[in-house]
Structures are given as structure tokens and as C-alpha cells.
Design a protein around this ligand. Structure first.
Ligand code: IPD
Ligand code: CA
Length: 296
């Protein structure tokens, strides 16, 4: 990050809030929580609710004028110039199963006066905290990105064939998602596709160079606001699947180290047009071949 951490406007307070929130998550995680259903396989727990309330309270203390838009339903001061997108627990399914991959995500949007309600302002600050690894990712616009206070950059890998990438799958209307086709195709064309279960951390991993790219359909602003800025400030690119500008409500996110971005956008175009797909055997074809082999 260019300039010292003391020069940053929002990150120091937001980092302290994310760390406190993460500490609460660690306590809940240690004791275990009951799973409740918001719908289909969309889970929520007492940890999501308690930690969103904590973050909402702390943000109001630190930045009394700022709005808060949280996954668990907080909508406060929505008409102001600044708005925090809050995911108190990104990776609730992992958390509820005792799988230690989840995060706190705080992204700050600056909205000029008169902007239409559905239009994006500028994301100006981001903090994502992984409480299990004690890793805190942070950025402010124009000031670079850092992990635990050290500057971070996206990776230098130039080809999808040499990349490790990630995706996620929706927890609602799962039958409507075509993503398994993309998962399959990108798996065959890369070192592998991870589905770790926290979109915010997936984006932080692109920013820190652990992953070359991440994509997902149908994410919400609280999943992507902070990660979007981290990737951009770490030197990467974030767009929709056609390579157009990323929007908080566009329901498409494609983030990369920038170097493999054009290749990924090209593949999305080919796949949406139904071209260039690598065939794999159906389970039945595979079973028939296996049976034929066994028969000698
Ligand atoms: C989920 C995670 C997951 C993604 C899902 C999100 P939540 O958020 O980010 O990685 O695949 O689409 O809903 O519900 O755990 O906060
Ligand atoms: Ca989330």
C-alpha cells in the first residue's frame, strides 16, 4: 500500500471492527451453532445475526453518518453519501458444518448526491477478515491493497492452462444455474477449480495471488463489494462475464489477475454460444465402457 496505514481514512476503524467480529465468530465456531434455513439450502445461524448486529453498532459508533446494508437484513441510513456493504459471515454453510473457511466482509461505497437508487457509486474502502487464519485483507481506492499490513499483488501467471481458479454455486434456485458446465470446462483447461465456500475470501485470494481467477453467478453486493476493490487495488480486473464493467447488482462477477482476463472472457463467450465445449462421457456411457472392460 502506498503511504502508511496511518494515512488511511476508513481501513483502520473497519479493520478493528472486522477483527472484533471475527473473534465473535471464532467463539461461536468453537461451541457450534444450530442451522436454520432461509430457503432451499440457504442457511443462517445465530452467529450471522449476532455479528451483523455487532458490526452495525460499531459502524454507527465509528461513522455515525454512514449507511449500512447487511446480508441479515440491516438497511440503515440508505440515503447518505457513504454505505457499508456488510457480510458478517461469508461462508455460513461451511461455518455451520464446522468447515473452517469463512470471513467477515466490509465494503464501503461512496454515492454522489442525486445518484439513482439502483446505480453504483464508487467502492472506496474494503476489509475482509479470515478469523481462522488471522488474515486481514484491506484496501482504499488509489492506495493499493495489503494483507496483514504488507502490500499484496495479483499473480503473474499468463495462461489459464497454468492457473488455479475458483467458483461458487448459488444456494437458491440451484436448478436454474448453468454453472456446473463452466466448472467442468474450466477444470479441464486449468490446474483446477476450487469451491471453497466464501466468495469474499475467493476474491481476496485473487488479490493476494493465491488464485488467478474467480467467477460466480448471482452473488449479492455484500459478497462482492469489498473483494472487488481488493482485486482492483492489487492490480487485477473485475468485470461481468462479457468483459463489461462490474456492477454490484449485475449478478455476474469475473475477477482475475488481469493477465488471463481476455482468455476467460473469450471462453465465456464461446460457451454461451454453445461452441468449443470438451465432451465428457455421460455416467451411463462410462458404466457401459466399464462393464465392457470387465467382460474382457
Ligand atoms: C455464500 C458464499 C459462497 C457462495 C454463495 C454465497 P453466505 O455466502 O459466498 O461461497 O458460493 O453463493 O451465498 O450465504 O455464506 O454468506
Ligand atoms: Ca455471503
Amino acid at each position: 500500500m502506498s503511504g502508511s496505514a496511518a494515512d488511511l481514512v476508513w481501513v483502520p476503524e473497519a479493520s478493528a471492527i472486522a477483527r472484533e467480529a471475527g473473534a465473535r465468530l471464532r467463539e461461536f465456531f468453537a461451541h457450534g451453532v444450530e442451522t436454520e434455513y432461509k430457503g432451499d439450502v440457504d442457511l443462517v445461524t445465530v452467529a450471522d445475526r449476532t455479528v451483523e448486529k455487532l458490526i452495525r453498532t460499531r459502524l454507527a459508533e465509528a461513522f455515525p453518518e454512514h449507511g449500512v446494508y447487511g446480508e441479515v437484513g440491516t438497511r440503515e441510513r440508505m440515503e447518505g453519501e457513504f454505505r457499508w456493504y456488510v457480510d458478517p459471515l461469508d461462508g455460513t454453510t461451511n461455518f455451520a458444518h464446522g468447515f473452517p473457511q469463512f470471513s467477515v466482509s466490509l465494503g464501503l461505497e461512496q454515492r454522489p448526491a442525486g445518484i439513482a437508487p439502483g446505480q453504483d457509486g464508487r467502492i472506496v474502502a474494503a476489509v475482509i477478515y479470515d478469523p481462522m487464519r488471522d488474515e486481514l485483507y484491506a484496501a482504499e481506492r488509489g492506495r493499493g491493497a495489503q494483507v496483514n499490513g504488507k502490500p499484496m499483488r495479483v499473480s503473474r501467471i499468463e495462461e489459464l492452462a497454468e492457473s488455479l481458479i475458483a467458483t461458487g454455486f448459488p444456494s437458491r434456485k440451484r436448478h436454474d444455474s448453468p454453472n456446473v458446465h463452466f466448472y467442468h470446462e474450466f477444470t479441464l483447461r486449468s490446474h483446477g477449480v476450487r469451491r471453497a465456500g466464501s466468495a469474499a475470501l475467493d476474491l481476496a485470494y485473487v488479490a493476494s495471488g493465491r488464485l488467478e481467477a474467480f467467477w460466480e453467478f448471482n452473488l449479492n453486493p455484500w459478497d462482492t463489494a469489498a473483494g472487488f476493490l481488493l482485486v482492483e487495488e492489487a492490480g487485477g480486473r473485475v468485470t461481468d462475464f462479457a468483459g463489461g464493467p462490474f456492477q454490484l447488482n449485475s449478478r455476474e462477477v469475473l475477477a482475475s489477475n488481469g493477465l488471463i482476463h481476455a482468455e476467460l472472457v473469450g471462453l465465456f463467450q464461446e460457451m454461451f454460444a454453445g461452441r468449443n465445449l470438451a465432451p465428457i462421457p455421460t455416467p451411463r456411457e462410462f458404466a457401459e465402457r466399464r462393464a465392457a472392460r470387465a467382460a474382457g
